[in-house]
Design a protein around this ligand. Structure first.
Ligand SMILES: Cc1ncc(COP(=O)(O)O)c(C=O)c1O
Length: 401
């Protein structure tokens, strides 16, 4: 087969530079505490399988609907469907779902807002208003701007949940409501109270409602907890949400951006666009045409090799380590905030040296002052936490230098 590469690998000097970069990245991988990435992703066997089977040498793109029929182009649709079915069951969709593997949390939110707007417009003939908490991820607000959706920012209470009294005051009954629920907010991991939001909807009765839940991080582990209250947060039978976005590279521990978007089947049916002639007259419900066919394989590999019991163990581990770290901080007199079901700890911002060394995310709170946060992931151990607390307290804890 003709190949046009000049060399099989970069030249020795270039390789040396890449190797140095690789060694540095691998060395520092456990010092990334401010961001929700598992740095122990164990994808070596998967990568070897790609090389052994020849998949490492092909291009694999999935297009549009993973359930489409009469499709000649190479794809991993069959595996994508299995992955989506797996997650749909965890979120209580009861075989009444549609979805895609996305390019990440933002892509999932983009589809949630897009589908929400289309459904609401089809139902009422009116443009909706997007209601979103000030503590929700910035992608939701940016996407409202991109999609030209009128936005109403709802205040949050000091611990980060949407202030439902403010929602009630702002909810316009004459316009369709597109509600973006945060499970949880990016900095404090606060979970918006969907039962309280639903009560507000019942009282105000907007002419139509669509609920999209951004569960980028927490959606990965909440379905596996024993606590029924935690599981209910991500269960559409209980909370009646229409769509959700979860990230694949956060709790689900894949090593590059991807995620899952799921919605009720009726949502897809009410948003159908025109068939595309050059794509075998297929209707493409997604916004982007191409997405990674490898992401589906990788997520399926993760599901098969982790198993339900493994996900449960990991979920329990991150929450146990969160509680351990919160307790150690409080024992040292450091203010710490952990919201219900969260694996994120906000605490008084330590010295800059610690912030930079551990890549902590920082923010200012009117109520709690300068804060940093740590997102406790699967690789956290008591030893790592003890070492961090030792370093932090010996570097003048609570002092912003
Ligand atoms: C709550 C929440 N939503 C959305 C996103 C965006 O996800 P992505 O970076 O995969 O686009 C993030 C990322 O941190 C997040 O925390």
């Amino acid at each position: 087969m003709p190949r046009f590469n000049a060399y099989p690998r970069p030249q020795p000097g270039e390789m040396a530079e890449l190797d140095t970069l690789a060694a540095d990245l691998v060395n520092r991988r456990f010092n990334q505490w401010g961001y929700p990435f598992d740095q122990d992703v164990a994808m070596e066997a998967y990568n070897r399988w790609l090389a052994d089977t020849g998949l490492a040498d092909i291009t694999l793109i999935n297009v549009g609907d993973p359930w489409k029929k009469d499709w000649d182009m190479l794809s991993s649709d069959v595996i994508e469907r299995r992955v989506l079915d797996f997650w749909a069951e965890r979120y209580g969709f009861e075989n009444n779902h549609w979805g895609v593997i996305t390019n990440g949390g933002t892509d999932g939110n983009m589809h949630g807002l897009y589908f929400g707007r289309k459904v609401l417009e089809a139902e009422t003939g009116k443009a909706p208003i997007l209601y979103v908490s000030e503590e929700a991820h910035y992608s939701v607000k940016k996407l409202a701007d991109i999609q030209n959706i009128e936005e109403c920012v709802v205040r949050a209470v000091p611990t980060g949940q949407m202030d439902t009294a403010d929602l009630e005051a702002k909810l316009d009954p004459s316009r369709p409501a597109l509600i973006a629920v945060a499970v949880g907010g990016t900095f404090k991991s606060a979970v918006d109270d969907q039962a309280a939001i639903n009560d507000v909807i019942e009282r105000v009765r907007p002419c139509a409602v669509y609920r999209h839940v951004d569960m980028a991080l927490m959606g990965g582990y909440l379905p596996f907890l024993d606590d029924p209250e935690a599981r209910a947060v991500v269960d559409t039978r209980k909370m009646r949400f229409d769509s959700l976005a979860v990230s694949g590279h956060k709790f689900i521990a894949l090593n590059e951006p991807c995620g899952v978007f799921l919605c009720r089947r009726e949502v897809l049916e009410r948003t159908q666009s025109a068939p595309i002639p050059y794509l075998a007259d297929t209707v493409i419900p997604t916004i982007s045409c191409s997405r990674s066919g490898f992401a589906a394989l990788k997520m399926y590999w993760r599901i098969l090799t982790t198993t339900e019991a493994g996900f449960r163990e990991q979920a329990e581990h991150v929450l146990a380590m969160t509680e351990y770290m919160r307790t150690r901080l409080e024992e040292r007199g450091v203010f710490a905030l952990v919201n219900p079901h969260a694996n994120t700890i906000c605490f008084t911002r330590p010295a800059d040296r610690i912030v930079h060394e551990y890549a902590l995310a920082c923010n200012h709170s009117a109520e709690f002052g300068d804060l940093a946060h740590v997102v406790v992931m699967q690789y956290f151990t008591r030893e790592l936490i003890d070492r961090f607390i030792e370093e932090m307290t010996s570097s003048a804890a609570g002092v912003v230098s």
